[in-house]
Design a protein around this ligand. Structure first.
Ligand code: IMP
Ligand code: MG
Length: 180
């Protein structure tokens, strides 16, 4: 194991089973619709890549980059948009936001309102991981991969200060790495 990782929380096999299950739920929910998958950079890229290959209905993709974190493990409470959705007219789009993890709930609740104000036909959310114990804003995603305890996790796209995104599994970061 990598020295900063305490233990593996979700294996590669379990991740694939989770992603397959969510893809099936999305296929059912959006049958006959024009679905736009909107990945939130950078944390959701690995999840998005696996998920879009398993969805059977036709999808289009787009990206936004936002941040609620000041580069550490604590949310700043303020959302900055660094890259906006490219599609100009979203009035005929059913948008599904793809996130890596919900923590305070601020990012997703903000983005849902933002895209609705921009005129999206519908906006729903899909997150790989969920830490419900950390909510400061009452928000729950429509599609959830796995509920996890309040520990800082990395891998499969998720980072600590831009590190560990390329790990193929989800691991728990040793608290001493960020409690310095
Ligand atoms: P929220 O707005 O507090 O829900 O924050 C969501 C964002 O915080 C995610 O997209 C991640 O970038 C980041 N985040 C929250 N918890 C973790 C974690 O355990 N590991 C890595 N990133 C995290
Ligand atoms: Mg991050």
């Amino acid at each position: 194991m990598i020295k900063e990782i305490d233990r593996k929380l979700i294996s590669e096999d379990e991740l694939q089973r989770i992603v397959s299950r969510i893809a099936g739920e999305i296929d059912k929910a959006y049958e006959g619709k024009r679905l736009l998958l909107l990945a939130i950079l950078k944390g959701s890229v690995v999840f998005m890549g696996d998920l879009m290959k398993k969805i059977r209905i036709p999808v289009e993709i787009d990206f936004m980059k936002v941040s609620s974190y000041g580069g550490d493990t604590v949310s700043s409470g303020h959302i900055d948009i660094h890259l906006d959705i490219q599609r100009k007219d979203i009035s005929d789009c059913d948008i599904l936001i793809i996130e890596d993890i919900i923590d305070s709930g601020r990012t997703l609740s903000y983005l849902v309102e933002y895209l609705k104000l921009k005129g999206a036909k519908s906006v729903k959310t899909c997150t790989l991981l969920d830490k419900p114990s950390r909510r400061t804003v009452a928000y729950n995603a429509d599609f959830v991969g796995k509920i996890i305890p309040d520990e800082f996790v990395v891998g499969y796209g998720l980072d600590y200060n831009e590190r560990f995104r390329a790990l193929p599994f989800i691991g728990v970061l040793k608290p001493e790495v960020y409690q310095k």
